[in-house]
Each structure stands twice: as structure tokens, then as C-alpha cells.
Design a protein around this ligand. Structure first.
Ligand code: CA
Length: 227
């Protein structure tokens, strides 16, 4: 079965741009021009993924995310206008899986779609060992090794790494990570994250100044890239 992509976008030019790209990738797709129709079709058609514009004529795209998330874990990739950091963060906080900033290239968009589909169909990893690059984490023993050598992580460094590993490839907002590691009373302490991400990079990355795995998404949050 070809995955079904629900496109919720009122701009006909962008829809025209998406059609051949999605078709060439072997996806089926259905187009909606309003928030109302997007929510209705998400329920009726049970798509495998939603591509969602935030600026819709009838209602805010954020409202679509809120409504869909009440009943479904359908992967949602947001198409956001460039520079709308606030919207990106709100979308991710509401449970969107990823975003692509307009104007976007076909290659980047399809990579994000593939990654979101892969995550949603992924089953739990075999055993308790998670690997990315030279890093190997034994979740049962809470041991982290780099190139076979054990590396000591503090409890909060380990928690932060774990939070990122639970959602490989997905952008996590600063508030999501702060909540997971330090709890709901520290949601505005973005400097904690800067310090701890820097520490993790020093311990895990071959070149901490050019991280291959622990990526910063400027103004939004962080993403762990496994491959
Ligand atoms: Ca629009």
C-alpha cells in the first residue's frame, strides 16, 4: 500500500509544486484548502501523514494540530513561513512532528516526510542498545561508550541524551527538553540546555564545533540525527 499524504494548504502554487514531488516518491495524496476540511479528512481518510500550512483561510493551522492530536498520533509536518520561530515552536509544542520552512526544496521536504513516516512505523529497537555514529548506549545498564570506550555522563546529561534518543530525527523544542529533564518549573531556563548540549557534544561528538548528531535548530530546539 502506498502511504497516503494529506496536504492541507490553501496556496494553489504550493499545492501544484507538491503534486509531482509526492507522486514521484510513490505517495498517494489528498488536498484540502481549509482547516475545517483538513480536520474532517484526517478523521475520514486516516492518512499516514499530514503536510500542514499554518496560515489557512478559516482557522489557524495550530488549531488543526490541537484538534488532530486529541484523537490521533498521525505524523504532522508543518510548512511554515520563513522566520516564524514562534509558530514553529508552538506547532512542535502542540505535537507536530517536524517543520519545513518556506521556501523549501523538494529534496528537503521529502527527506522530512520519509523520516516522519519511518519514525511512526518504527518498532522498539531490538534489545537495549542504541547506536548512532561511534556512540553506543546500553539502556539497561545506563552505560555510554564512544568508539568502545566508556564515557561518564552526569545524571542530567544522560537524561537529556535519553530524551533526544526517544525521538530520533525529530526536532524537540527547548521547553519539551527542559520539561523532560528538569521538570515543569524550569521551562524558561534555555541556558541549561546550551550548557548541557555543549557538554554532551564535548563527550560524544568527534568534532564538537561541527556536531554530526546533536544538532541545534536555531530559535527552536534540538534534534538528534542518528545516521
Ligand atoms: Ca497559507
Amino acid at each position: 500500500m502506498k502511504p497516503l499524504i494529506l496536504v492541507v494548504e490553501d496556496d494553489p502554487q504550493i499545492r501544484r509544486f507538491l503534486r509531482p514531488a509526492l507522486a514521484a516518491e510513490g505517495y498517494q495524496f489528498h488536498e484540502c484548502e481549509s482547516a475545517e476540511d483538513g480536520i474532517a479528512q484526517a478523521n475520514a481518510r486516516r492518512p499516514d501523514l499530514m503536510l500542514l500550512d499554518l496560515g489557512l483561510p478559516d482557522r489557524d493551522g495550530l488549531e488543526v494540530i490541537r484538534q488532530v492530536r486529541e484523537t490521533s498520533q498521525l505524523p504532522i509536518v508543518v510548512l511554515s513561513a520563513r522566520g516564524q520561530e514562534k509558530d514553529k515552536i508552538a506547532a512542535l509544542d502542540l505535537g507536530a512532528d517536524d517543520y519545513v520552512a518556506k521556501p523549501f526544496g523538494v529534496g528537503e521536504l521529502l527527506a522530512r516526510v520519509r523520516a516522519a513516516l519511518r519514525r511512526s512505523s518504527a518498532t522498539a529497537p531490538e534489545g537495549s542498545i542504541v547506536r548512532f555514529g561511534e556512540v553506543e548506549t546500553d539502556l539497561e545498564r545506563r552505560v555510554v561508550k564512544v568508539s568502545g570506550e566508556e564515557v561518564h555522563l552526569t545524571p542530567n546529561e544522560y537524561k537529556l541524551l535519553l530524551a533526544l534518543m526517544k525521538h530520533p530525527g525529530k526536532v524537540l523544542t527547548q521547553r519539551q527538553l527542559l520539561n523532560e529533564v528538569w521538570g515543569p518549573n524550569h521551562l524558561d531556563e534555555a541556558q541549561y540546555l546550551r550548557v548541557y548540549i555543549a557538554q554532551l557534544r564535548r563527550k560524544l561528538e568527534a568534532d564538537p564545533a561541527r556536531p554530526k548528531h546533536l544538532h541545534t535548530e536555531p530559535g527552536v530546539g534540538y534534534r538528534l540525527v542518528m545516521e
